[in-house]
Design a protein around this ligand. Structure first.
Ligand code: MG
Length: 206
């Protein structure tokens, strides 16, 4: 294996979304709780119905779904908070990245969300020095184009996608003949062989 392509959220970074929740409560007042309860499902639906993340498309979509005044300012403020959100890095991620680098492997990120947010969060993290490329926003996983973009000039057989989403990080890559490894820290997928509970296991496998 030459190129290790990692998902970001809930694979490498575990975020604390309470600042976002606080913001939506402040903006939407008594409807804030409703917005906070539903935003994750709306984002999942957005990803299923759009090719890429675009601020204006996302704004319109959230406005339609919530029936609340999701203005440009609301989106911009939200994304600013999102860029600086608190997170924890997966316990073993740094030592795994060090291990992979020592072995001459290449590390990239393929993540779904607004590029400016994901890029800022990665650049502010300790993971950044190990990462060669960040793919975000041109195509959404599980669109095959997203994986092909992340594979770049590498041999598809020498690339592996690693992440916590069964559809986006495990199945999507396999559908185009790429290797994948499911990061299943809570051991939810009993029937899948190619999975790890901790990223640390990568050191034994490659
Ligand atoms: Mg994820």
């Amino acid at each position: 294996m030459e190129r290790f392509i990692f998902d970001l959220d809930n694979t490498l970074l575990f975020s604390d979304y309470k600042e976002e929740k606080r913001y939506f409560n402040e903006v939407f007042k008594e409807k804030g709780e409703y917005f906070n309860t539903n935003i994750n499902n709306w984002l999942i639906e957005y990803e299923k119905t759009h090719i890429r993340y675009d601020k204006e498309l996302l704004r319109k979509f959230l406005e339609e779904k919530s029936n609340l005044p999701v203005t440009e300012i609301v989106i911009d403020n939200w994304l600013d908070i999102s860029k600086n959100i608190n997170y924890e890095i997966e316990d073993t991620a740094i030592e795994v990245f060090e291990y992979l680098k020592r072995k001459g492997k290449n590390i990239a990120i393929l993540t779904n969300f607004i590029r400016e947010v994901q890029e800022k969060r990665i650049k502010n993290s300790e993971l950044f020095p190990y990462i060669s490329d960040i793919y975000c926003g041109n195509y959404l996983k599980p669109n095959s184009k997203s994986y092909f973009e992340a594979i770049g000039s590498y041999d598809i057989k020498k690339c592996i996608m690693i992440g916590d989403s069964y559809e986006n990080d495990y199945l999507g890559p396999r559908n185009i003949g790429m290797n994948s490894l499911l990061y299943d820290k809570d051991d939810q997928y009993k029937n899948i062989k190619d999975k790890v509970k901790s990223l640390n296991k990568i050191k034994e496998l490659y």
